[in-house]
Design a binder for this molecule. Structure first.
Ligand code: CO
Length: 218
């Protein structure tokens, strides 16, 4: 007996429609994957990586976890980054957060959810570092949005701090790290303008990227 039958039915329909529109589709993927992008996003089911940027299987290497965190001792995330940068030679790493992120909200409100609180401890320093500025914002919804954005900037910097990315830049590998945010409300992405492509840019961004976020009043 096949459980979750409807998902297998969906799968058959999807596979045959892919083959119909492009008969060589699966043969090509079988030979190799050569994505140009690594996506680091939230596990949230409302933020499906490939769909929102219109990319097909084979075009986007993906890592997702609760609140799109890049933690320096997380073997899972670091392995993904290493494989993407050194084996696949991807050209762009996109850290994509989203407004309405439940993990960010839990940290903002000091809410307790369970085991995931331990994971979200990694996000707490972002709130603490900008506590004064964040709580000067009177509008609760805007404060929540700003912490979602600040979290993206922090995770972009965390990607840049990894030995993997630092070594890639040192050997002049073409690699950019981007910070984006997705709005569940309208399905649109926004570039947070923290694109970092060299060690020099990283040093500069370290000093002013977060402050820029807090200055913008949106
Ligand atoms: Co989220």
């Amino acid at each position: 007996m096949k459980v979750l039958k409807h998902l297998f039915e969906n799968n058959c329909k999807w596979a045959s429609s892919q083959t119909q529109s492009d008969p060589d589709f699966f043969n090509r993927l079988l030979k190799q994957q050569s994505p140009e992008y690594l996506w680091i996003g939230c596990s949230d089911s409302r933020v499906p990586a490939n769909e929102i940027v219109g990319l097909l299987p084979g075009e986007l290497f993906v890592h997702r976890n609760v609140s799109n965190l890049v933690v320096k001792n997380d073997l899972n995330c670091l392995s993904v980054i290493q494989f993407a940068v050194e084996a696949l030679k991807i050209k762009h790493i996109i850290v994509c957060g989203h407004y309405g992120c439940v993990g960010v909200k839990a940290v903002l409100d000091d809410a307790k959810i369970g085991l995931v609180d331990k994971w979200l401890d990694n996000l707490k320093p972002v709130k603490e570092n900008f506590r004064d500025k964040l709580f000067q914002i009177k509008d609760d919804a805007l404060r929540f949005k700003k912490l979602c954005e600040l979290n993206v900037v922090e995770q972009v910097l965390n990607v840049c701090k990894t030995e993997i990315v630092q070594n890639a830049w040192q050997r002049n590998q073409n690699l950019s790290v981007h910070g984006w945010i997705y709005d569940i409300k309208d399905g649109l992405l926004q570039d947070l303008d923290v694109c970092i492509t060299t060690l020099d840019e990283f040093e500069k961004a370290r000093k002013d990227a977060s402050l820029k976020i807090l200055k913008s009043s949106k």
